[in-house]
Design a protein around this ligand. Structure first.
Ligand SMILES: Nc1ncnc2c1ncn2[C@@H]1O[C@H](COP(=O)(O)OP(=O)(O)OP(=O)(O)O)[C@@H](O)[C@H]1O
Ligand SMILES: [Mg+2]
Length: 372
């Protein structure tokens, strides 16, 4: 079990409303990731769910029961923080067993639960060691083990991997995904790393300034962002944005003019766009093609060219001075300072109007269902 419903949940510190009234449902067994820039309210949301922070209004329901006034230990929740605070003088075994000792669990049961956690987390041969004798990733796994043994219905993680180096983070990411498929618990994971969000989540919740911007599967958010903020946040390297003017609009697409007078078509539902409207075009770095026969499009001047072997990352400047990133293949014919033309398919571009709202794309999400 582990079904969460947040209804109208808000949080104020004094006069500052850091979480605006929020509705959110997390179904049993789902791996949900809260992602967003620093200070957007991710930890506060998690702490309210855990019961470590009182909510200002609304209700939080876990498995059909309102838990607003329930103490953290009674909520069936385990939380793992960024700083994993192990007891240095205790063995790995005792660190993992700690919550069971507090709950005065009988030794055979402690043994069973600790050994199971150690097995899942590949710590069996480390149980007699002290935390000081472990690598960063192993220590993080001990902290997770301590959370697992309580057999919670919901796991909460607040940036648990941010203290680790890049290689270990990537390794732990895979291990956490594996752990989730093994245990099947509901997991809520906070990060500001959009790659962690994309790779681990069943469902991503994008937060900004205490408000939910969009909720959806990783690929839904990637292909159909609701607005410019989500479009710019999800995807690496980030989406490029260029100011454009609407030239003509019809239901199959919008023809736009760039600052230098060149034109392109964007395959989106034109909505209420009118000729002359100032809009913003979004195009992902890997959707831009350098050169080729259809290279009538954007004239770019590369400034920095990074050759990674399998791909080339090009940081360039558009004629109006907008910086653009292009990801080409490993043999892309580009040199710093030498102008190239870049083009894109109408179906690959995004268009944003007033307040950054996205025009509906003609992108068939059911194509992605087969991948689920
Ligand atoms: N105890 C508190 N008193 C006053 N303001 C607070 C308190 N805790 C958090 N805030 C404010 O609430 C907002 C959200 O903070 P929160 O810690 O939830 O952000 P976050 O998304 O987790 O950020 P980060 O990625 O930096 O951890 C911030 O503006 C923060 O300053
Ligand atoms: Mg935080």
């Amino acid at each position: 079990m582990g079904h969460l419903i947040l209804s109208g949940v808000s949080k104020s510190f004094g006069s500052a409303e850091v979480i605006k009234p929020t509705d959110l449902e997390i179904v049993d067994g789902e791996f949900t990731v809260f992602v967003g820039p620093s200070g957007c309210g991710k930890s506060t949301m998690l702490r309210m769910i855990a019961g470590l922070e009182e909510i200002t209004s609304g209700t939080i329901e876990i498995d059909g029961k309102v838990v607003n006034n329930l103490a953290p230990v009674k909520r069936g929740i385990s939380m793992v923080f960024q700083s994993y605070a192990l007891y240095p003088h205790m063995s790995v075994y005792e660190n993992i067993a700690f919550p069971l000792r507090v709950a005065r669990e009988k030794q055979p049961e402690v043994d069973r639960l600790v050994n199971r956690a150690a097995e899942v987390l590949k710590l069996t041969d480390r149980l007699k060691h002290r935390p000081g004798e472990l690598s960063g990733g192993q220590r993080q796994r001990v902290a997770i083990g301590r959370a697992i043994v309580r057999e919670p219905s919901v796991f909460l993680f607040d940036e648990p991997l941010s203290n680790l180096d890049a290689a270990l983070r990537a390794e732990m990411r895979v291990e956490l995904s594996r752990l989730h498929s093994k245990l099947g618990n509901t997991m809520i994971y906070v990060t500001h790393d959009q790659i962690e969000a994309m790779t681990m989540a069943d469902k991503i919740v994008v937060l900004r300034d205490g408000r939910i911007e969009q909720v959806g599967s990783p690929l839904e958010l990637y292909h159909k962002p609701n607005n410019r903020f989500v479009a710019g946040f999800i995807g690496n390297p980030n989406m490029n944005f260029l100011p454009v003017t609407c030239k003509s609009a019809d239901p199959e697409g919008v023809r736009v003019t760039f600052a230098d007078g060149s034109e392109a078509v964007v395959a989106v539902d034109c909505g209420d766009a009118r000729p002359g409207d100032k809009l913003e075009l979004g195009i992902r770095p890997d959707a831009l093609r350098i050169g080729g026969d259809d290279a009538a499009g954007l004239k770019l001047v590369p400034e920095v060219v990074e050759r990674l072997g399998n791909q080339t990352v090009i940081y360039a400047i558009a004629p109006d001075g907008t910086p653009l990133c292009v990801v080409g293949d490993g043999f892309a014919e580009v040199r710093p300072g030498q102008q190239v033309a870049a083009s894109f398919a109408p179906a690959d571009a995004h268009l944003f109007g007033k307040d950054g709202a996205a025009f509906a794309r003609n992108f068939d999400l059911s194509r992605l269902d087969r991948l689920a």
